[in-house]
Ligand binder design. Structure first.
Ligand SMILES: [Zn+2]
Length: 490
């Protein structure tokens, strides 16, 4: 099995995203976002992604654990109730036996026997009731995992008491690693590696409505090698877009930047790959614009969302003096791409034990809970009263139904959190609904940060073959309408 598998993730910003540099800068805005030092294009650092993924995955498994606790508690209570019913049935049997005893002196001995049997039935019922209560208690205590995933396994895990659990059956600690605790062994780097998230498609206002801008440099990240995008121009798909461009003297503005329009002869190849392989919606792919790499950073940085905020002085209800600040963000609709590299768990050990073997002492169901007896043994022996005596009733059906408490208590067994790279990837996927609703980056409660992750039906993308696309129409051997539009020969 491969040592690793690579998974490409595509996300669309549902809100502006502000992943800040953590400090102020002298310039246009106070709170800047992280940029690639070479291209100057904003990005989301892989460390930010990893931290947010970790927190959300821990939240997911904690939600799941709480549900299991609730279910175990409920099935325990049901066992307890059934036990009480069994006890009551036994008491009824006892009373009937005593009545039998009183009536009919000749039947006295038989009646006393019936009475004793009834008392035995009652005792059995009470035992059933106690077992049921034990089952209920153990259900409430939940013999599965005691330590919460969240917040313990989220975060840095440096707190001695509430730090990472460090167990091989913990999906959070295995996939995201754990810190070396005080007096414990070393840390573990984790099985999932996150790259920075890069801007793949960037929405820009034009007089034709919004367009999503990309460039050869970033399309390479999704396996597209685009050639022929070299002039200071906007390369569009030939067709409907182009006809409208005719009316505007074959130029279009990307933000404030006015550029000549050219056509990309093989734009269809790009759009179909973005749609089919990566699941990027039509409304974006149909409005694709390519620019050369050198223009991309200018266009992105000129069209970031910039917000200005001010604190409100509670005493006056007006703006607080000196509390004005501005911050920038990737705008809503930005399409980001990042990679998750899933290492093979079979190559790693925690505390000397292979991760794939799981936890050594996974708790099993407590002895008491599993032994909740059916009350039938004693109760079923309540004899029918001999002739002449009132009939000692057989214990009613209810008494035999004391359930074993298995449903809640038996669920724990030895589990390894992850067995292969696909499992590692599956764990990270649990964070995606949270990313879509709780978001990433700053100002999360101020209309910022939500990212919708697209799940195209892609397997690990190791085998994704690179595709070469030729945008230069002459080189592609296709004479398109672009040559007759006076946009300049390539
Ligand atoms: Zn853990």
């Amino acid at each position: 099995m491969a040592s690793y598998e690579k998974f490409i993730r595509i996300g669309i910003a549902l809100d502006p995203i502000h992943v800040g540099t953590g400090g102020a800068r002298i310039g246009r805005v106070d709170l800047t976002i992280v940029r690639d030092p070479v291209t100057q294009v904003p990005k989301i650092p892989g460390s930010s992604l990893a931290g947010v993924y970790r927190t959300y995955v821990a939240m997911h498994y904690e939600d799941q654990r709480q549900q299991q606790i609730q279910q175990a508690s409920q099935s325990g209570q049901q066992a307890s109730q059934s036990g009480q019913q069994a006890s009551q049935s036994g008491q009824q049997a006892s009373q009937s036996g005593q009545q039998a005893s009183q009536s009919g002196q000749q039947a006295s001995q038989s009646g006393q026997q019936a009475s004793q049997s009834g008392q035995q039935a009652s005792q059995s019922g009470q035992q059933a009731s106690q077992s049921g209560q034990q089952a209920s208690q153990s259900g409430q205590q939940f013999q599965g995992r005691q330590k919460p995933y969240y917040p313990d396994c989220a975060g840095l895990g440096l707190d001695a008491n509430r730090g990472h659990c460090r167990q091989p059956d913990c999906p959070v600690c295995t996939v995201f690693g754990f810190a070396s605790g005080a007096g414990q062994g070393g840390g573990f780097a984790g099985l999932a590696a996150f790259t920075d998230a890069h801007v793949l498609l960037f929405p820009v206002p034009t007089r034709q409505g919004p367009m999503w801008v990309s460039c050869p440099m970033v399309l390479r990240l999704v396996g597209l090698e685009v050639k022929g995008v070299e002039d200071n121009a906007v390369y569009l798909q030939s067709g409907s877009n182009n006809q409208t461009n005719n009316q505007t003297n074959n130029q279009i503005n990307l933000g404030w930047l006015l550029l000549p329009v050219k056509t990309c002869a093989q734009m269809n190849t790009i759009t179909s790959q973005l749609q089919k392989s990566w699941g990027i919606p039509d409304y974006i792919c149909n409005r694709l614009a390519l620019v050369p790499d050198r223009l991309f950073a200018h266009i992105v940085n000129s069209n970031l969302e910039v917000r200005t905020s001010v604190s409100i002085d509670p005493a006056t209800g007006a703006a607080e003096e000196g509390a004005l600040f501005s911050y920038e963000a990737l705008p809503r609709g930005t399409v980001l791409v990042w990679e998750i590299i899933a290492k093979n768990p079979a190559h790693f050990k925690i505390g000397g034990t292979p991760i794939t073997l799981g936890a050594a002492q996974a708790p099993t169901a407590p002895a008491g809970a599993a032994q909740a007896p059916t009350a039938s043994a004693g109760a079923a022996q309540a004899p029918t009263a001999p002739a002449g005596a009132a009939q000692a009733p057989t214990a009613p059906a209810g008494a035999t139904q004391a359930p074993t408490a298995s449903a809640g208590a038996a669920q724990a067994s030895t589990v390894s959190a992850v067995a292969n790279p696909a499992d590692v990837h599956d764990v990270t996927k649990q964070a995606h609904p949270y990313l879509e609703h709780l978001g990433i980056g700053g100002m999360g409660t101020r209309g910022m940060g939500r990212v919708k992750v697209i799940h195209a039906n892609q397997s690990p993308s190791n085998q994704t073959s690179n595709q070469t696309v030729q945008c230069n129409s002459a080189a592609a051997g296709q004479t398109t309408s672009s040559t007759s539009q006076g946009g300049g020969q390539p």
